[in-house]
Design a protein around this ligand. Structure first.
Ligand code: FES
Ligand code: FE2
Length: 393
């Protein structure tokens, strides 16, 4: 259940009345020119989730993140003062990429080309024969990127002067994220996959249940029944550019095979012991991130556009303690495997959506009232693009 304090929760018909029912321009889902606008107007100006504080636990710890939508490689570094900062992974001498390492720890970064050396705060510390440049070291620091955290999650904003702080952008959801145990996580399981589809086709797949009955025949039985044959949520929630929903639960789900049931129960008990909420959390953060907390679990699913027709998803299950037994380890792996099964079912149909829309034969697509979250995303993206274009006039 989305938290009602952070979202305005509406019945499906109320939400549809609010957002309208007209056809949607199909071009936004496949056109490379429109995607270029989205890169500039949405992704290079929004707060984008790129990691968790537990990945940079110590002074000098760093991770590298590639953000293809901005053609950026970023270094996320914990400095001597304990602050986490983001820098472009680009030497300020002649632009060489500083490191290819995915993560590491050290006091400094030395460029392999001519040994310019930068501190964990981005300052240029030393450079051979530096006096021959006629430069000041203070003018040669690594290019910094805006970084803020909320609930243990690291976000960056590639705008030079973001219009909102991260907390302003998240609104009341920020307090909800702070309260989630993801903030205290010390480890996570992750899997990533690339998919041949536009990022909005991908995101939309995870914000409507209309397809559950047809695509998730193996995994979706617990969320549908004769009472609610298409497994529709009961409410949809809105909070600025972000969304939520209240999922309906089948009161009489089909029995789960014993071993799987034991694994799920074990993981949920371990999560509950660590203080994970049993209440359901379901945040859909703009532009492309889901935060879900099921009973005893918490996971994030972040979507990064690569091109107009290619996208990467990163799924993480967060855990607030080390797995202290083989059975807990198994239970956690099992939780991941369940999500992978569901996503494996989604993948084919999402890619088929791209294939079909990419033909360019449809002028419009259509969203019914239970696809209102898809309509809301489309509306928010369009508003960002309109604002961006208006600024350029
Ligand atoms: S390009 Fe990095 S030191 Fe020359
Ligand atoms: Fe699905």
């Amino acid at each position: 259940m989305a938290d009602r304090s952070a979202f305005e929760m509406l019945l499906p018909a109320e939400a549809a009345a609010r957002l309208g029912s007209g056809p949607i321009d199909a071009r936004a889902y496949h056109d490379p020119d429109w995607f270029e606008l989205e890169r500039e107007a949405v992704f290079k100006r929004s707060w984008i989730h790129i990691g968790h504080v537990c990945e940079v636990p110590d002074i000098g710890s760093f991770i590298r993140r590639e953000l293809e939508f901005a053609r950026a490689s970023l270094l996320i570094v914990r400095g001597k003062d304990g602050e986490i900062r983001a820098f472009h992974n680009v030497c300020t001498h002649r632009g060489t990429q500083l490191t290819d390492a995915e993560s590491g720890k050290g006091n400094s970064f030395s460029c392999r080309y001519h040994m310019w050396t930068f501190g964990s705060d981005g300052a240029l510390l030393s450079a051979p024969d530096f006096e021959k440049f006629g430069l000041e070291k203070k003018d040669c620091a690594l290019k910094q990127v805006q970084l803020e955290t909320c609930g243990g999650l690291i976000f960056v904003n590639l705008a030079k002067a973001p219009k909102q702080s991260l907390r302003e952008f998240l609104g009341p959801i920020a307090d909800e994220l702070d309260a989630l145990p993801i903030a205290r996580a010390i480890e996570f399981h992750e899997y990533t996959f690339e998919i041949a589809a536009n990022w909005k086709i991908y995101v939309d797949n995870f914000q409507e249940n209309y397809h559950l009955r047809f695509i998730h025949t193996r995994t979706g039985a617990a969320t549908i029944s004769d009472e609610n044959p298409l497994g529709y949520p009961t409410h949809y929630g809105f909070s600025g550019p972000h969304r939520g929903q209240t999922l309906w639960r089948n009161p009489n789900p089909p029995p789960t095979p014993t071993v799987q049931l034991m694994a799920m129960t074990k993981a949920m008990q371990a999560g509950a012991r660590d203080g994970f909420p049993t209440q359901k959390t379901d945040f859909k953060l703009f532009p492309a991130m889901f935060v879900l907390g099921l009973g005893g679990y918490a996971f994030t699913h972040t979507i990064y556009p690569l091109t107009a027709g290619k996208t990467r998803g990163v799924i993480r299950y967060y855990w607030p303690s080390k797995a202290d037994s083989a059975s807990t380890r198994f239970a956690r792996e099992y939780a991941m495997a369940v999500v992978r099964d569901i996503h494996a079912e989604d993948r084919g149909v999402v890619e088929a959506g791209q294939k079909g829309l990419g033909r360019g034969v449809l002028e419009h697509i259509h969203f019914q009232e239970h696809e209102v979250l898809c309509r809301h995303l489309n509306e928010q993206v369009r508003a960002c693009v309109d604002a961006y274009l208006a600024e350029r006039v």
